[in-house]
Write a protein that binds this ligand. Structure first.
Ligand code: 8OZ
Length: 364
């Protein structure tokens, strides 16, 4: 094969100040395997190190505060021990020539008192009960009605994001991704199914976007815009989410984020194959045309579709989730067009090394 025939997916890419080895990104993946105190441990170090050949790793969501946690054993980025644990992860990834961003996460209403300090209620923009059940230490339990945040509490949460962003620097990350997707706190502010506020954080588009934009401003102040990305999920119904006009909302969000010159916009297309559940459907790829910077797509891409998406300019970068769970050397397998390991969904969330660090490499 001559160089001209190597698909762009496998060629280097300038992401702000970073040079990625390829355009295959490891998507953020909740795996529920942090140690006591929600501290990243040796097992997590090995898992991320195994996947260092990705162009960029985006870590699993890390809660910015104890109240931002919604599942057992998710790692935090708010304590000294957690920062130290993450330092081991970033060092191991860097030693293998990889790059890694931390995903900043607050779950909002997608939690349960049993996971929260002193058994408090989960917080949310509005008291809107999600359908479904929380994933607790004692198994699945019905969601509880969240407590609506008072206007004067919101600045404190933005400060938690700012401090978490500083902690991520101390932990040795190459940048951060703000998790504004999949029905967690920021997304709960964005969409009108969950934001019924009538203060400056609710109502029209400008108000519903304010929380995301203020979080972004705080995080950019810490990192500089060229090391901050944002993830959105415009057609995602997961976590009982909907909006009356997703196309208008997410076009507004992408346009408002343009002002920051962020290093990328990450759009997951999850929900695209169940059109209409999250509100009137629109093609999420339309955001590519609104966003002025580097565009990352995600959800269900295989080798062929990813090569085509990059070749045709539909995306600059493609994030892969499940394929990276089952194939630590996914980049090499795609390069060689080699067969993939099959993922075992029973070991996605929680457990030990099985289904986490024991998927074989090609040479094995
Ligand atoms: C699946 C299970 C738990 C969390 C997301 C952080 O959807 C998640 C998540 C996914 O963004």
């Amino acid at each position: 094969m001559t160089n001209a025939q190597i698909p762009d997916l496998f060629s280097p890419f300038s992401l702000g100040p970073l040079m990625l080895k390829n355009r295959m990104i490891m998507a953020p993946l909740t795996r529920n395997r942090a140690g006591p105190g929600n501290v990243p441990q040796a097992l997590n170090v090995e898992y991320y190190a195994q996947r260092a050949s990705a162009g960029l790793i985006i870590s699993e969501g890390a809660q910015v505060s104890p109240v931002g946690q919604g599942y057992p054993a998710t790692p935090g980025i708010h304590s000294a021990e957690q920062i130290e644990g993450w330092q081991q992860v970033t060092a191991a990834v860097h030693e293998r020539g990889g790059l890694i961003f931390l995903q900043l996460w607050h779950v909002g209403r997608i939690s349960h008192p049993s996971l929260l300090p002193q058994g408090i209620l989960p917080v949310a923009p509005s008291a809107v009960l999600p359908a479904g059940e929380a994933f607790t230490e004692e198994g699945m339990k019905p969601f509880v009605m969240p407590r609506s945040l008072a206007s004067d509490e919101i600045a404190g949460i933005i400060e938690e994001y700012r401090q978490a962003a500083r902690n991520a620097q101390q932990a040795g990350f190459d940048g951060v991704e703000i998790h504004a997707a999949n029905g967690y706190l920021i997304d709960q502010f964005l969409r009108d199914g969950t934001n019924l506020r009538n203060d400056r954080y609710g109502g029209g588009l400008e108000n519903r976007c304010r929380f995301l934009l203020e979080v972004t401003e705080a995080v950019v102040e810490v990192w500089g815009a060229d090391r901050v990305g944002v993830r959105l999920s415009p057609v995602q119904p997961f976590n009982d989410m909907r909006d009356s006009n997703p196309q208008a909302l997410f076009s507004y969000v992408a346009a408002a984020l343009n002002a920051f010159d962020l290093v990328y916009l990450h759009v997951t297309e999850m929900g695209r194959d169940a059109p209409g559940l999250a509100g009137p459907f629109f093609e999420p790829g339309l955001l590519r045309g609104v966003w002025k910077g580097i565009y990352m797509t995600n959800s269900g891409y295989d080798r062929q579709r990813a090569i085509a998406a990059v070749a045709e300019g539909d995306a600059d970068l493609v994030a892969f989730g499940v394929p990276f769970i089952a194939n630590p050397d996914l980049v090499e397998r795609f390069r060689r067009d080699a067969p993939l390991n099959l993922a075992d969904p029973d070991s996605f969330y929680g457990g030990g090394a099985q289904g986490y660090t024991d998927y074989p490499f090609l040479e094995d």
